[in-house]
Design a protein around this ligand. Structure first.
Ligand code: SAH
Ligand code: MG
Length: 217
């Protein structure tokens, strides 16, 4: 058993090196400005998973400034597919566009400005995704998931970040600060539903990662 989980997380994060100077800059800026980008060990695992299934068409809910999206776009483009990513905040969207432009990823991928709850239903229903990364507002996860499920390929994977919300999901309800009670309650409900109804695995690393796939026939 791991007694010191925080140190272990840092250790795992420090093993992951990022080669691109541009991506290192975006990571540093995001951390400085408290844009909640994916942590390195989770990023590495996400890349590992998406590459493993040779993901071609990728969907991301929650672009922020395009950090995780840049890695996903590179995988999709290498596999002759594209990334579609949705961001509700206009400023972040603009920065993501600039970042994608600098990395020469803009013309091969699709960045959408808008509320994912409105934008997902507008996507072409015939265009299925191999890999879907859900990383936007935690209170809406159940809705995002239900919409994304329809768009997932038979062998696709939905990768969900921040499912355990700073560990609060695993704690007694009494320990949850009042302002997080709704979110944590919804996340618990969501996890239970995934666990009952889907082929689902919950990984208590990073901020809690969930993977869901269609049942193998
Ligand atoms: N995936 C990014 C981090 C995303 S942070 C990375 O790892 O680099 C979560 C983002 O989701 C925020 O920028 C927030 O503005 C956005 N967001 C929140 N609710 C949303 C919604 N309903 N539709 C689209 N984006 C949303
Ligand atoms: Mg996240």
């Amino acid at each position: 058993m791991i007694e010191n989980f925080i140190e272990s997380s840092k250790y795992a994060q420090n093993l992951v090196s990022i080669k691109s100077e541009m991506l290192k800059d975006i990571e540093r800026e995001s951390l400085e400005e408290k844009v909640p980008i994916v942590t390195r060990e989770v990023l590495k695992f996400m890349i590992f998973t998406a590459e493993g299934i040779k993901a071609q068409n990728i969907l991301e809910i929650g672009t922020a400034v395009g950090y995780s999206g840049a890695f996903l776009a590179q995988i999709a483009n290498r596999n002759k597919g594209q990334l579609t990513t949705i961001e509700i905040d206009g400023e972040r969207y603009k920065r993501a566009v600039k970042n994608f432009e600098k990395m020469d990823l803009l013309n091969k991928n699709k960045l959408i400005l808008g509320d994912a709850l409105e934008e997902i239903p507008k996507l072409n229903k015939n265009e299925k995704f191999d890999f879907i990364f859900i990383d936007a507002s935690k209170g809406q996860y159940m809705k995002f998931f239900q919409m994304c499920w329809e768009l997932l390929n038979e062998k696709g994977i939905i990768f969900i970040d921040n499912l355990m919300f700073r560990g609060l999901v695993a704690e007694n309800d009494g320990n949850t600060p009042k302002k997080y009670r709704t979110i944590v309650g919804r996340l618990k409900e969501f996890i239970n539903k995934l666990n009952r109804e889907h082929d689902f695995v919950l990984l208590p690393f990073g901020d809690g990662v969930g993977l869901v796939r269609k049942r193998l026939k």
